[in-house]
Design a protein around this ligand. Structure first.
Ligand code: CTP
Length: 208
């Protein structure tokens, strides 16, 4: 099978030295890529800027912004059997990227931000029969209800619901605790595990 996996954060530039980003480490997406490769599948890994080494058998495409991630995901999507959107894509980017470093003044500074494309929702519209589309929902509140909403709105087959804001799980941690929810109403709670073990379980489950 051909897997297309996104991982890590995106970086939205304000000027040559400043950007907007988030705490995603890329560990979960990279663990999913490694698990898929270990099971004998092909992997295209679309990665935001992270500090970990991609599995060498993966075909890794390094991107920086949400717009670049959108291009890479959309252009590889039709060939993929299974697409997993694990990246923490910025929802907003600065309307203006300054070409030279912004200088400070005495007044408050207001940055105007515009929406980025919802890549996963777009892929949900492009999806044809026999393609599987999997998203992640990182939530601090109402985990299951919010995740189910995203599953439906974005036309997904599975969503991995991930409670964040608690020590030891989520973005930068080595372990994670998630609930898998399918469009057919299956709900599978996976206990706290290393991201690599969890990745194998997630992939085995979505392939059943
Ligand atoms: N995602 C995406 N493109 C975006 C934003 C998110 O593809 N511009 C994907 C993520 O990779 C993840 C899922 O969508 O699989 C997360 O859903 P989303 O509703 O975008 O989550 P949040 O950005 O956290 O949104 P909200 O503020 O509504 O919780």
């Amino acid at each position: 099978m051909k897997f297309l996996i996104s991982a890590g954060p995106t970086k939205e530039r304000i000027d040559p030295v400043r950007f907007i980003s988030n705490h995603s480490s890329g560990k979960m997406g990279y663990a999913l890529a490694s698990a898929a490769l270990k099971m004998g599948h092909e992997v295209i890994l679309v990665s935001g800027p992270v500090n970990i080494i991609p599995p060498k058998e993966a075909n890794t495409i390094n991107i920086e912004s949400a717009a670049e991630m959108a291009d890479a995901m959309k252009s590889n999507f039709n060939d993929a059997d299974i697409t997993i959107s694990c990246a923490a894509v910025a929802d907003y980017r600065p309307v203006i990227t300054h070409q030279s470093k912004m200088k400070k003044g005495d007044e408050n500074l207001v940055l105007e931000l515009e929406r980025t494309e919802d890549i996963l929702a777009r892929l949900g519209k492009m999806k044809v029969e026999n393609q599987l589309l999997v998203g992640f929902a990182a939530e601090t509140n109402d985990l299951i209800a919010n995740a189910k909403g995203k599953l439906e709105r974005k036309n997904l087959d599975w969503i991995v619901a991930n409670k964040i804001g608690e020590a030891g799980t989520g973005f930068a941690a080595d372990q994670n605790e998630v609930t898998l929810i399918s469009k057919n109403g299956k709900m599978i709670k996976l206990p706290l595990e290393d991201k690599s073990t969890l990745a194998e379980k997630i992939i085995s489950q979505i392939l059943t």
